[in-house]
Design a protein around this ligand. Sequence first.
Ligand code: CS2
Length: 496
Amino acid sequence: MIEARRLHPATLTALPAEVRTPTFDRIRLRGGIVHLGLGAFMRAHLAAVNDDALEAGEPLDWGIVGVSLRHADTRDALAPQDGLYTLALRDARGERLRVIGGLIECLVAPENPGAVLDRIAHADTRIVSLTVTEKGYCHDPASGALLWSHADIAHDLASPDTPQSAIGCIVRGLALRRARGLSPITLMSLDNLPANGHTLRRLVQSFAQQVDAGLADWIENGCTFPNSMVDRIVPRTTEADRAAVSQAIGLNDAWPVVGETFIDWVVEDRFAAGRPDWTTGGARFVRDAAPWERLKLRMVNGAHSSIAYLAVAAGWPTVDAAIAQPALRRHIDALMRDEIEPTLGPLPGLDLPAYRAQLIERLRNPALAHRTLQIAMDGSQKLPQRLLDTVRHRLAQSASIDRLALGIAAWLTHLRGHDDAGRAVPLDDPQAAALRALRTQAMAQPDWRARAEAFTRYAPVFADLAGHEALVAALGPALSELHERGAARTLANRLA
Ligand code: CS2
């Protein structure tokens, strides 16, 4: 029985006229895309762009089968809604509401891994896409190598029929495709990793080689792994969001998503088995996504992580609250202008100062309440591509890295587990235990220079930057200042 007040295909006609609803024939959609990692970001990005394509008349082959790799909560919320959910796009001017219709099924891998493999090996499937976050790749972020010691990878090697990791699901699913005589497909990473397609390919191939060299050849010769840059700020949905969206649409939606109006997606046009025309939703197909990835990871995510660690220390709970602090805003602006932008290659048609100004506006968005603690998660997985690659580039040119170093020092300070006022803050990171040990060991050194040096010896993050003189020289004073004065006064002082 359908709840009368629940969002559902049968209740769509009850929605207020200003809520946009799918106009394509949902019943006839087939699952051309299998998406691993059915989180908020994917539901506000790929799914929205794909809905635009379907609205614009793309064939109904391009429905999405969503797969949660861990929890059943998204499926449990969306199944009674037949996969429908609301996307609320918000900025200072207000909110635009839209019901997304392209999600045709939700699978939960731990409940039924066989169903996931079966879907990847389905004749309808032509693209497997992923948003599993940085740590979902089970790789060493510094070297990019697959972590054979990772519990999920070890499990997936030993148990072919019940994979738990994204890499295990993909390789076992492709093996089944090949066994069924089906054609190769596209594997499309949409995570914030540099060369995300190449990274995925390397990891899939490492695992496949271990399983079956013939399979590895089949993948190499037929599957493609386009690199891409994705951008849209999508905070975790809160209870308040659920209530507000349900109220606005006049129906209960158990799991809406909330994001900014801005969207960007640059993807390499290398699809093994076709693709929808996503350009109507704002995607750009290119030959080489690398310059755009660099831009986005260094500017947007580099700024985000720098803000997150400084703000958590200072006690500023959301990005908009943080960027409203003049000293932080000036720091982030100067960080981008003076230390990040000079490291970006040519970007045809891009006005960098305008991009920076727009980014500051996005960060000021008062309607998102993006938690700084959420962005502070998983620093060990994020810092290498967000701040350290930029540092490498600057060091190679003997250019200053003081502002980059402040963000890195703020992350190292975050490892202490409390903010500047002494309030506990969680260290949410797959390497939390090792990072705590690192901090204890580094803090036992006699002075800040030696402490900075000890921190840079942490290979999974700093890799070849271990003991780099100029990095240590910039980190030492930043660590000391953050320790002595706290983040707010350090920022104010640095502008004085
Ligand atoms: C954020 C990103 O949580 C984070 O680490 O920096 O999710 C960010 O919001 C997106 O990459 C924006 O496109």
